[in-house]
Design a protein. Structure first.
Ligand SMILES: [Zn+2]
Length: 165
């Protein structure tokens, strides 16, 4: 089932999300619906608050297959920064440059509740950080240091798929 993606400045996007204690059928269904919604958008990542749920759940698909991550937490980040032009499904038509650590380690749980550790670099590192920020009520424009890089993209075709997280 497709879910409605909320738009900034909806206050849900500013709330800190709560941890998921039990992966019940409701959570499993939400994971499936979020993956469907991300693919349809189209986007490369989606966090639960973007569909109005203040819980620690993200789904990712950078073209290598979709996967969910429950209660994700960044446990390591390197000092080297990388810059990507980011956009967000909650900010249609706006992109801006964001610098983030190029390599991170993220711990979380998979759909079965099994502990998962992801070592991410490059674009996956950026996407994971963008989504985990959503769980803390942080949105990408907060991270745009040089506001002159913020720009409007008029046509949908001008926005690369990779920018929609
Ligand atoms: Zn986003």
């Amino acid at each position: 089932m497709l879910l409605k993606i909320i738009r900034y400045p909806n206050p849900v996007l500013r709330k800190k999300c709560r941890a998921i204690k039990r992966i019940d059928s409701k959570i499993s269904k939400l994971i499936d619906d979020m993956i469907e919604t991300m693919h349809e958008a189209p986007g490369v990542g989606l966090a639960a608050p973007q569909v109005g749920e203040n819980i620690k759940l993200i789904v990712i698909d950078i073209g290598e297959g979709a996967f969910p991550l429950i209660n994700p937490k960044i446990t390591k980040k390197n000092k080297t920064l990388q810059t990507y032009e980011e956009g967000c499904l909650c900010f249609p038509g706006i992109v801006g440059e964001v610098s983030r650590p190029s390599e991170i380690v993220v711990e979380g749980q998979d759909k079965q509740g099994k502990k998962t550790i992801i070592e991410a670099q490059g674009f996956l590192s950026t996407v994971l950080q963008h989504e985990i920020d959503h769980l803390e009520g942080i949105v990408f424009i907060d991270r745009v240091k040089d506001k002159t890089t913020l720009r409007e993209v008029q046509k949908k075709e001008e926005v690369e798929k990779k920018e929609l997280i």
